[in-house]
Design a protein around this ligand. Structure first.
Ligand code: KIV
Length: 290
């Protein structure tokens, strides 16, 4: 039998290589919120490749293989064209590159909305073929039945409410949500519905801060904010946004680096040396043995 993922020594004796760190679990993440409070906020970043996962893993509690890979990696206009096969290929790479974080893989648009049975068929493929610990899906009250169905069958689910990018056509864009009283109440109701259905955590994206705070204070599962509030139980950002890979980023992103500038400068240096015949030098070339 072949596996696409490396065996975790925490759960298997079959792999003789000791894991450098013990992997966190979904229940351990959930337990970080105790009596309605999270002492130390949960840290989540997106990861799409094995090497990126290796670098981020020691610093994170959770790595999210987000369907944002459609825009970030594939240059697609939205997350809508992302397929289950794409998510599985990148999910398996991130599991192979990590030892410590809980890896969560996004369910792409069209792979889970039709019925709980469709969601189970897709989610079980994701879990079996990547080795991830949980899946994430977008939607609140409308997805509660599906979340309960998956949770009851051993599939931990992270929900995603507020600004849900897969619904960009219905929402009319990526603006912050919850400015009307009706929408405010709907997002709060969504949060309560998915928590009751058995989601282990929820991403709260692009909502006005009072909604994020009210939800965090009124549900038992951790809220992971993005464009929400520092008072959420944790935070997530798209790693490339945080690293400064793109010039144009949403208002809620903080650029902690200038990776785009670094790549550009380094490529210019290489190009200059190639054109000047300064690369490869004696250290990078092979000569006949004396
Ligand atoms: O796809 C993604 O990267 C996400 C995060 C932005 C939460 O869903």
């Amino acid at each position: 039998m072949s596996t696409t993922f490396q065996l975790d020594t925490a759960t298997s004796r079959a792999n003789p290589t000791p894991a450098p760190m013990k992997r966190l679990t979904v229940p351990a993440i959930q337990r970080r919120k105790f009596e309605g409070k999270t002492q130390e906020p949960l840290v989540m970043l997106t990861a799409y490749t094995a090497r990126q996962a290796q670098l981020l893993d020691p610093h994170c509690d959770m790595l999210l293989v987000g369907d944002s890979l459609g825009q970030v990696i594939y240059g697609l206009p939205s997350t809508l064209p992302v397929t289950l096969d794409m998510m599985i290929a990148h999910g398996a790479a991130v599991v192979r590159g990590s030892y410590h974080s809980v890896v969560i893989v996004d369910m792409p648009f069209g792979s889970y909305e039709a019925s709980p049975q469709q969601a189970f068929a897709s989610a079980s493929r994701v879990m079996a073929e990547t080795g991830c610990a949980a899946v994430k899906l977008e939607g609140g009250t409308a997805m509660a039945e599906t979340i309960a169905f998956l949770a009851a069958r051993g599939i931990p689910v992270m929900a995603h409410i507020g600004l849900t990018p897969q619904a960009v056509n219905a929402l009319g864009g990526y603006a912050a949500r919850g400015r009307s009283q009706e929408e405010h109440e709907k997002i709060i109701a969504d949060g309560h519905a998915i928590a009751k259905a058995g989601a282990f955590a929820v991403v709260v994206e692009g909502v006005i801060e009072p909604i994020a705070v009210a939800l965090t204070e009124s549900i038992d599962i951790p809220t992971i904010g993005i464009g929400a509030s520092a008072r959420c139980d944790g935070q997530v950002l798209v790693t490339e946004d945080m690293l400064g890979m793109f010039e144009r980023v949403p208002r809620f992103v903080k650029r902690y680096g200038d990776i785009a500038g670094m790549i550009s400068e380094t490529a210019a240096k290489y190009a200059g040396e190639v054109r000047a015949r300064a690369f490869p030098g004696p250290e990078q070339t092979y000569q006949p043995k004396p």
